[in-house]
Ligand binder design. Sequence first.
Ligand code: CTP
Ligand code: MG
Length: 235
Amino acid sequence: MLDAGKVDMAMTDALIVAAGSGERFGDQPKQFVLLNGRPMIAWVVERFSRQKGIDRITLVVPAGSKDRFEQVIEQHGLEKVEGLIAGGETRQESVRLGLEGLAPDSDAILVHDGARPCPTSALIGRILETLRHKNAVIPTIPAVDTLIREASAEVGEVVDRTGISAVQTPQGFRTELLRRAHQSAIEKGIRSSDDGSLILAMGEIVTTVPGERTNIKVTFEDDVAMAEAILARDD
Ligand code: CTP
Ligand code: MG
């Protein structure tokens, strides 16, 4: 167990994973889909570059598309981006490769989905603040719909919604702890698209803070209109 509260947060990184292939989205790479005229990845990076307390940004991108990302970063004058790293087959692998490419002096890290363009500064700040005295922090949203287990288009059972939440990003960690969690996952063959789960699998405590209903993940094409409405309202 790390001694929370006594760890220096001098160097805080944002690791934005954007190396997926967007299979559910359709033909075009969703990282560059225009939201109110700006590529999604530009919205995401901007949120972190203007956040006090974030020192550096590293982007994990599909192998072979670094140039296109670099262009967007330059065109939109995005600051703090220190590195572009080629990702892997799964989100887990992309995070791990990102961690390997990170400068060794990283104390704390916020891992964020490149497909979530709308986290507010308040949410990012809440993660950073909680990380000052906790080792792992994730934002959650209590489930609002009735949840069922389904089989062959029939209701198997209704899941008791008490205490059930959906997990979002950015998730914050002591960098050393997240590195250990990814290493341990490889050794034990644990797979998860969620970093907090890998921490939990090591028996460490993961703290939750309120997420935001507007912090949506652009997964399907019809999420674009929703993201545009949220960004138009926020900005
Ligand atoms: N991601 C990644 N590397 C992968 C897979 C996913 O960096 N091999 C990233 C995505 O780019 C995205 C985030 O993880 O920002 C969340 O993943 P998701 O929304 O599932 O995006 P995709 O995997 O690209 O979409 P799909 O699952 O529909 O193919
Ligand atoms: Mg995916």
